[in-house]
Ligand binder design. Structure first.
Ligand SMILES: O=C(O)[C@@H](O)C(=O)COP(=O)(O)O
Ligand code: ZN
Length: 216
């Protein structure tokens, strides 16, 4: 098993064990020289093996291995838009999905910077309009969105998060899920998110995310 394969298998099991995705949902990819390695379609992230990974080109062509995730086109769009992205994760994390279904979120930036870690790891979070899973009509919008935001929500579906590597993408995904949970907990409470200046300062000094209000 390659190191990348081992990392994908371990992360899939860890995400599943922590209920960050469930059933046969979610997909994970890592950029390699020929394109990216991605989890197969229809499997559970709980029980992957490295032999299950498919190799897909940046144009979305299936190069080898089993049938890739139906969202491989989304992963490809993110890699094309973000040359610095080394990994992409999509999950059905419960609280993030709840936000993606919420009628009151701003589609340009779905969550406020409630905490410093959210401002540092996630930042601006666009919400893309609903498409059925695997609908490649979403590809151009996903690519445009990924050019200015490393994390976004698919409406009534779930998060897609890129990182410099698998650990960075997982950090941002977990921070997004926890902030979605906080936001839902605080829905009926008066809250005081970070100011734009505080969020921008954190981003500038420690950020791996997309500055709120920025277009990169
Ligand atoms: O929601 C879906 O069907 C997909 O986005 C998904 O999460 C799992 O699909 P595969 O990666 O094709 O198994
Ligand atoms: Zn999905």
């Amino acid at each position: 098993m390659t190191v990348i394969g081992e990392e994908i298998v371990a992360l899939g099991a860890s995400l599943f064990a922590r209920r960050l995705t469930h059933g046969r949902t979610g997909n994970i990819s890592v950029r390699v020289d020929e394109g990216f390695l991605v989890t197969p379609t229809g499997g559970s992230l709980a029980s992957l093996t490295a032999e299950d990974l498919a190799l897909v080109g940046l144009d979305g062509t299936h190069l080898s291995g089993p049938r890739p995730s139906k969202e491989a086109f989304l992963h490809a769009a993110v890699y094309r838009a973000r040359p610095g992205a080394g990994a992409v994760i999509h999950t059905h994390s419960t609280h993030s999905v709840a936000v993606s279904c919420h009628a009151e979120v701003d589609p340009d930036d779905a969550l406020p910077p409630l905490t410093a870690y959210y401002a540092m790891r996630v930042g601006r979070l666009p919400l893309l309009p609903y498409h059925a899973p695997g609908d490649t009509a979403l590809e151009p919008l996903a690519e445009r969105t990924a050019a200015t935001a490393h994390a976004f929500l698919l409406a009534n579906h779930g998060p897609v998060v890129a990182g410099a590597d698998l650990a960075g993408a997982a950090d941002a995904l977990e921070e997004l899920e926890e902030t979605a949970r906080l936001w839902l907990l605080l829905r009926d409470q008066p809250t005081r998110p970070l100011t734009p200046e505080q969020a921008a300062d954190l981003q500038a000094r420690h950020g791996t995310g997309t500055p709120a209000g920025s277009r990169r």
